[in-house]
Design a protein. Structure first.
Length: 248
């Protein structure tokens, strides 16, 4: 049983009152943030959920700024908490997760530094394609993007797939989950780094319970947005918005 709150449903930059990549998930006694984009600024919408937990786990799909820039905002929401940050570091890159984030949050850029935004901050590299965080079974799966990025799975409750190009053949063997949060970057046309709605509509396996589209494109004009919405609706997919609560 999991409940998810979309805190940032946009990719690249905030637009249309939507912040960048961040989803909060509560699974029993565990609280997990999927990516740490500017959507962390919306954590105040879940203040009662935060208050129930002393520890927050942050799972990073990759290190692009629209997925990590919100870590510094945690100081407002997690000053009394332990934060464990898991990233693809040495699992897929030359350097560790802590190395990359200590660059991003170096004191010249962010005065509290990369360990200063919570009572305790610990960094971890993915230890394999499956590992355990609290009572949650986490699965990570490589995606197709400009830098190594990873699909993140929490038990069979949530699959979070952003910053990837979608190919149906990559999904034939995938165990379905109750909720699929998948990026949708364009109305049409293939892109080696991102997903178009037509490919998703044609290729997402039916067994996923609910499909919600995240990492939307701030450059969409109104016509493109309507085009995406209508195509999504043909399969019952929903466009995420910031503050959207999804009960498991
Ligand atoms: Zn992104
Ligand atoms: Zn990216």
């Amino acid at each position: 049983m999991a409940t998810a709150w979309v805190l940032g449903s946009m990719g690249w930059m905030p637009a249309r009152k939507q912040q960048t990549a961040c989803v909060l998930v509560e699974l029993g006694s565990d609280l997990v943030l999927l990516d740490a984009g500017t959507g962390i600024a919306n954590l105040g919408l879940c203040a009662n959920v935060l208050a129930r937990h002393e520890r927050l786990c942050v799972l990073l799909s990759h290190f692009h700024l629209d997925h990590v820039a919100g870590l510094m905002y945690l100081k407002r929401f997690a000053a009394d908490k332990t934060v464990d940050v898991y990233g693809p570091g040495t699992y897929a890159y030359p350097r560790s997760t802590e190395d990359y984030l200590s660059d991003v949050l170096q004191p010249a850029v962010y005065s509290s530094g990369h360990t200063g935004f919570a009572r305790t901050v610990r960094y971890h590299d993915f230890s394999g394609s499956r590992f355990v965080v609290g009572d949650v079974r986490v699965g990570v799966r490589p995606q197709r993007h400009s830098s190594p990025s990873f699909e993140l799975r929490l038990n069979d409750d949530v699959v979070y797939a952003t910053d990837t190009s979608f190919y149906a053949e990559d999904w034939r063997e995938v165990r379905p989950a109750k909720l699929l949060l998948h990026e949708c970057w364009q109305a049409s046309g293939r892109d080696a780094r991102h997903t178009d709605i037509q490919s998703l509509v044609a290729g997402v396996p039916n067994a996923f319970g609910r499909v919600v589209l995240i990492h939307q494109n701030p450059a969409w004009d109104d016509a493109e947005r309507v085009e995406v919405e209508q195509a999504a609706l043909s399969r019952g997919f929903e466009l995420a918005y910031d503050g959207m609560a999804i009960e498991g």
